[in-house]
Design a protein around this ligand. Structure first.
Ligand code: RIB
Ligand code: CA
Length: 318
């Protein structure tokens, strides 16, 4: 199989950076470009973080396109409290000197998918503002993309930024609502993240023995997230939602159960802002087009991650 061409849309903090690393190091994916969207931390930190991750993987040639610096309509807050100031653990503030591509992220996405209809997939690991803006410009976007993988929402699970909402969907619920309505999305949600991608104390101990730049980067990023996760979610480990999304897009072997449903997002301000509902009861008179990954192999995910950190080979166990 030729590698799948992907564009990674990201609000690059630590977990995004590790996901970018995994995608670039994968032989099964060909990262066409990276587009940056407002989310985790201040936008310019996110841009540098993405460039740093690409350079670490030896992929300086992959263009970084800057996109939306704020959600479509809503005000929002960053998540520095999770990722540390700057997004990479609070001690690392890259200054790569790599210039961003001139083309705006949305123009780049539209040009790329129109040039090669059906050949480029979107892997969206941040708020969906850029994708929503692309849809506003090209209502038939679904005809031009291959697959659209989205890390977002909380299906049958409490949110992580409010009880109702996961961060990516909370930041820009208007964008999430539009994207789920207009595109055939494969969804990797916060509930699956907690089931299949928490790297716990044993994994940290295992990875501590890895003497590579990738493992050093992981330790720099993940220790503050581990501390936050332990204190706030009572789990001794670090969640990897974005790497799980990339891994699931890359490796069908990782996927368990999945179902396709109508899904909607509450875009109203208030306690339910960004709440995602998946119509598993099929009560809505609306098309079921969101494929929800409902289970994944947590042990295999850890092995993919270990292969990436130890040998720069995320496909080692496949
Ligand atoms: O809720 C988790 C998601 O929000 C991840 O993509 C994380 O990087 C943040 O963007
Ligand atoms: Ca993210």
């Amino acid at each position: 199989m030729p590698p799948r061409r992907v564009i990674i849309d990201t609000d690059t903090a630590g977990d995004d950076a590790l996901a970018i690393l995994m995608a670039v190091l994968s032989d099964r994916l060909d990262v066409d470009g990276v587009t940056v969207v407002a989310g985790n931390v201040e936008f310019d930190y996110q841009v540098e973080n993405a460039k740093y991750a690409l350079r670490l993987a030896g992929a300086d040639d992959v263009p970084v396109h800057e996109g939306a610096r704020r959600p479509l309509l809503k005000d929002f807050e960053h998540a520095d409290y999770v990722h540390g100031e700057g997004g990479l653990g609070g001690e690392l503030f890259p200054d790569t000197g790599i210039p961003s591509a001139d083309e705006h992220a949305v123009d780049y996405v539209l040009r790329t998918v129109r040039e090669d209809p059906g050949e480029v997939s979107l892997v969206c690991i941040g708020p969906l503002t850029n994708v929503a803006m692309a849809l506003q410009r090209e209502p038939d976007l679904d005809d031009y993309v291959d697959e659209v993988w989205v890390m977002g929402g909380a299906v049958n699970a409490p949110g992580n930024v409010t009880p109702a909402a996961e961060f990516n969907f909370w930041v820009d619920p208007d964008a999430a609502k539009l994207v789920l309505r207009e595109l055939d999305v494969t969804l990797v949600d916060w509930g699956l993240t907690l089931d299949a991608s928490v790297l716990g104390a044993e994994a940290f101990d295992r990875f501590a023995a890895f003497d590579t730049a990738y493992a050093d980067f992981f330790r720099t990023i993940a220790e503050p997230v581990r501390e936050f996760t332990r204190e706030e979610q009572g789990v001794d480990g670090a969640t990897q939602p974005d790497s799980l999304t990339v891994a699931l897009a890359m490796a069908p072997e990782l996927r368990g159960a999945a179902g396709t449903y109508y899904a909607d997002v509450d875009e109203r301000e208030g306690l339910t802002r960004g709440h995602s509902v998946v119509d598993t009861a099929d009560v809505a008179d609306a098309p079921a087009r969101t494929r929800v990954i409902e289970s994944a192999d947590a042990d295999l995910f850890e092995e993919l991650f270990a292969g990436m950190l130890e040998e720069g080979d995320p496909e080692r166990p496949l």
